[in-house]
Design a protein around this ligand. Structure first.
Ligand code: SAJ
Length: 417
């Protein structure tokens, strides 16, 4: 069996590597020649625990090869980005381009699986497009029509957590949504080759909504935690202690407040539901608004702290601890920590220092020329105000002495517990 993984990003590359490690011949396809070159040299273009070692092994075994052009395979697994535009609408341009490249390479017997998070109905749309452009092939009917085809199409959303991707690719349960039942069964058989978790069969639309609901659920619950954080701050209560205590209730599990919700999934996917049905999604939209407002509120917290300390910005050196969207990853996409740091960059501080053990240069934008990327030791000894934005492991075990005579804003509660 030859599997072609289309899109070698945060999901596609680890999936391709894992399939190859299981002895499957994998052809990776990506439009970025730089990514293809790097992966063919056995190197990853981003950090994920254990990925580099596994990639080097499968690359030298010849099981994983990469190109910029799609070619024939038995299974096509699509894992390209599906972001939102400025209008919060799904941007399916990368997905549409990939589907275009499949038109000339698919043949009877193929199984096409979409893993990218997508609005409900996308899998059907893909099948309809391929069907219209390849009238020589028989495509499956819908779940209710029971028509089987020569080409199977299914939706199986990725569910892995950055930082634990390789472990979760094998261990997590999967939802397998077939366009028809037979498509689903074929996809289920495919996943059972490498997934230890259970693979649950349903139709493609249910699987699409399931994925969106998982991430919207988390977003709504983080928004609730952030709202509790705001209430607790006004009332002079340590929100992290309060949540720890509330979570001792057998049916309560409140998430953690923070500087906002980042990454390419939780801050994005709820919009796929909200855009489709704006009138039915007031809660989902409110959660997005609460979480999106968090970076501004953190900046207000910083300003308050400076006033309380009777200091002025121009006589203060400020250090931001963490820039990535969550702990122990090198990913800056949609990072609320980055938004906070960029807002602080225009406040006229004597110095703005940035510490992040996972990045080696400041990203393009307002920080360049306004801030310096420094070591943790340098920041601890040169800054007057510490702003903790990301709970990287490296920041969790500082000696209490380092905080004396310093102003502190801790958005993750790791220094206050
Ligand atoms: N966050 C909080 N408080 C919390 C938990 C998270 O503020 O209690 C913040 C994080 O700091 C980060 C953001 O939320 O900025 C998102 O981080 P995350 O760890 O919750 O999720 P992601 O985006 O890394 O991965 C999510 C996962 N989805 C769910 O947990 C429902 C993962 O399983 C999905 O595969 C992934 O989205 C995806 O690709 O869709």
């Amino acid at each position: 069996m030859r599997v072609s993984v289309l899109g070698l990003g945060y999901i596609g590359l680890p999936t391709a590597v894992m399939l190859a490690a299981k002895g499957i011949d994998v052809l990776g396809v990506d439009i970025d020649p730089g990514v293809v070159k790097k992966v063919n040299q056995g190197e990853s273009h981003f950090y994920e625990p254990n990925l580099s070692d596994m990639l080097a092994t499968v690359s030298s075994s010849g099981r994983l090869t990469c190109t910029t052009e799609a070619s024939e395979a038995d299974v096509f697994l699509i894992a390209v980005p599906t972001p939102i535009g400025a209008d919060h609408k799904a941007d399916l341009s990368a997905l549409n381009s990939v589907v275009d490249t499949l038109i000339s390479v698919i043949h009877p017997g193929n199984l096409i699986i979409l893993e990218s998070t997508s609005p409900v109905g996308t899998t059907e749309d893909i099948a309809n497009k391929l069907k219209s452009l390849r009238p020589d092939l028989i495509f499956p009917g819908s779940w209710s029509q029971k028509t089987e085809g020569q080409v199977s199409v299914a939706y199986c959303p990725e569910r892995v957590l950055p930082g634990q991707i390789l472990k979760e690719l094998e261990g997590n349960d999967r939802i397998v949504g077939g366009l028809s039942a037979n498509c689903g069964i074929r996809a289920q058989e495919f996943y059972s080759k490498f997934v230890d978790g259970q693979c649950f069969l349903t139709n493609a639309r249910t699987a699409e909504m399931c994925k969106l609901s998982e991430n919207a659920y988390r977003d709504v619950n983080i928004a609730f935690a952030n709202e509790l954080g705001a209430i607790a701050e006004e009332l002079g209560i340590n929100v992290w202690e309060m949540i720890t205590l509330a979570n001792r209730h057998p049916r309560v599990n409140i998430l953690q407040p923070g500087p906002g919700v980042g990454g390419h999934c939780i801050a994005v996917d709820p919009w796929f539901l909200a855009q489709a049905l704006p009138d039915e999604t007031p809660l989902i939209q409110a959660a997005r608004a609460v979480n999106d407002l968090r970076p501004k509120k953190v900046v207000v917290q910083v300003e308050k702290k400076i006033q309380e300390g009777e200091r002025t910005p121009s006589d203060l050196s400020v250090a931001c601890f963490g820039l990535t969207f969550k702990p122990n990853v090198d990913d800056l996409r949609e990072s609320p920590a980055l938004v906070v740091a960029e807002m602080l960059a225009v406040k006229g501080f004597k110095k703005l220092l940035i510490v992040d053990p996972y990045i080696d240069q400041l990203p393009d934008g307002p920080l360049v020329g306004q801030a310096s990327l420094v070591s943790q030791d340098y920041a601890l000894s040169h800054a007057d105000l510490y702003v903790l934005l990301v709970d990287h492991t490296e920041f969790c075990s500082l000696e209490p002495g380092v905080f004396s005579n310093k102003l502190i804003v801790d958005t993750r509660g790791i220094w206050y517990r």
